[in-house]
Design a protein around this ligand. Sequence first.
Ligand code: B3K
Ligand code: ZN
Length: 854
Amino acid sequence: QNVQFLADYRPYPFVLSSTRMTFRLSATDTRVLTALSLAPRHPDRPEDLVLDGGKGVRLLSLTIDGAVPDPAHVRREGETLTITAAALPRHSFLLETEVGIDPSANTAFEGLYISNEMFCTQCEAEGFRHITFYPDRPDVMATFHVTIDSDLPVLLSNGNPVGQSQGRAEWHDPWPKPSYLFALVAGDLVAVSDSFTTRSGRKVALNVWVRPGDQDRAGFAMESLIKSMKWDEDVYGREYDLDVFNIVAVDDFNMGAMENKGLNIFNSKLVLASPETATDGDYERIEAVIAHEYFHNWTGNRITCRDWFQLCLKEGLTVFRDQQFTSDMRSAAVKRIEDVQALRARQFREDQGPLAHPPRPDRYEEINNFYTATVYEKGAEVIGMLKRLVGDDGYRRALDLYFNRHDGDAATIEDWLKVFEDATGRDLTQFKRWYTDAGTPRLTMAEDWQPAEAGGTLALTFTQETPATPRQTEKLPRVIPIALGLIGPNGDEVAPTQVLEMTEAKQSFTFDGLGARPVVSVLRGFSAPVILSRRLDDATRAFLLAHDTDPFARWEAGRDLALSALIAASQGQPVTRDYVEAIGRLIADDSADPAFRALCLSLPGEEEIATRLFNQGITPDPDAIHAARESLARDLAETHLDLLSRLYTAMTVEGPYRPDAADAARRSLRNAVLALLTRIDGGERAEVLFGVTGNMTERIAALTALLRRGRGQAELTALHDLFADNRLVMDKWFSVQPMAAPPAQAAQVARSLSQRKDFDWKNPNRFRALIGGLSANHAGFHAADGSGYDFVADWLMRMDPVNPQIAARMSTAFETWTRYDAGRRAKALAALERIAAVQGLSKNTREMVSRMIA
Ligand code: B3K
Ligand code: ZN
């Protein structure tokens, strides 16, 4: 009954041209005065005016062109305010309201709220309706003029500053925008400032606003911003379009960051970094998310979404752009492998379970439940495929056309595909299924080799099939770009990468004139988000790991080798030596990028092993998987002890810490080696490293390695003593313990941490650290006694009334529950049913849980 359908879209019946607002800030009784310049879209067909407005918005006054309407024409129902057509002029009119809201009571962090005495907002997707009555939908766009009255020293909103006096600031945003891009910040803040001159000569003032004392940790964010602005000009020809660009760091934030026009608001963990407090991974993420939010200025803000079903129009594209940016700033090969790992871990998992949905869904109950890996990461993969199919030039022409044609629009996926069709002449009707269909296609490849006197022929036959997903049982074939190359028996490439375009359910491609049977390197660069299966023995995988010219395919060969060993071991079957030997050769190769070697040396996670088993029709046993992985790690360490010890010393990074890709690569290899060696050295190296290092990358690596061995108590205490006042480091402290705990203790570790006074659970980062830390411990969360399920369920029920978005998001810990054995399934289901039975459960969590139980 609460379901929204894509098919029901209709334009808003009024045109809103400008929005003027005044905020009189007060922690418990903020007054918001809003003046909307409206006009009926069809004056000859009068319609009621329906505005959105949350329960916490108290209407204090309302006038139309200065007059109070007859109260019989003003109706408040649920989350809307309706003014009947009879009370409205047929021409343009001014609607003015005054409302009262209580930011101090806002624990859901949606709308206007307070974090550490600072006022801030989060409006995407539907937070603006908790600030005032408004057509809170992305296709209603207006210029904003905002006045903020407050004694706080720093008062910020979108656009350019147009007035500043004691106790008052005025901001004007000339670019029409939807309400979800509105932002306001007020507090005692200090800025790290710089400037950027755009290529057409506009000088832009840049500020990263933080709490006093945090300035020395904001420099990297600023550097990242400047690099992003330059990159978007160089690569996409997109310039910034206001006089100022502000970024604000906030401690209480439901997600990573938000692209509000000219005023990005960030979770402080994605802004603040120093070598002592942030890891290499944190630095890389900060750089990527600063870029992502900045890139939204064009892909999201200048061109926004017609409705929330089109969310991947801005998110998929902006993720794709930030991935390109990181590839350019760091190592493209490493970035691609990391992205595929993340895609498989999160999106494939989603796509194969009860929460599967297409990148462009056609129904939802709570839109905040659709900010998913499918919308974001698969949305980006789909663009990567498009680019591969139309080529770099075609992509560039299509994007230029997109920006020219749709600047200022609230657009759709249809608009997006049309620019590719118009710019390249290609018909994308079949390709569109990637947007409208859920599920991960299974691609199989069979080889037929015909030797001949003059030269052999290799025929490759591919079949594709997509399993049914909720509400989508019929699946039609998709366009699958399959990048492949051929490698001769001596290891030389005999055919460089080419892209086969598969469009049928079953399709063959032949290669003639081959002297000897080549080894096929297929799905290079992970050219399509599919699950590939092919018959390949471990020796051939080892051959690919040694010789493939495509770094992704090379890594994948090693991954498959590792998984084949792990699966055999977890099933109690004999394990070949191919993986252990091949990996030894690879890591000894000093010409290979240390980051690449680190990726190859890090064993697949337990969840990944479970997924592989599940895809092979085998019920995963979390304890057996854990044991198999531990034993392979130990085997690696014992077999290559000398080599690993040498590498551990050789990869030491000299000199002061720098977060760049080259140094981070060496640390990542060294830490991967440490994880293995700690399994056999009694923790000696990790203890030494923890004691001498000054950077968080090595501290956390050493601590994690120790905790996995059931050690590390002294180090935990030391970390706590050093950083008790640093929230972000304490979040790491809370998450690493349940994550790295031996599985049998994980739930208990989490439970006792949750009883600490400093488990400030209403802070989303802290909650995610602990609850997410346990969910990331595969065998710990899926403990056979159900202790992991119960612990997480208890906390979701506690969080739900306080912050439904966080509860709903974290409930995805359960999304794979049907994969496991009957005993675990019964316990997981009982936990889910306990949540479902809660009276007054939020619509967010209710939707998630009922989809998972269905
Ligand atoms: N657009 C925001 C996400 C908003 C999430 C709302 N639940 C951040 C981003 O994707 O850049
Ligand atoms: Zn985004």
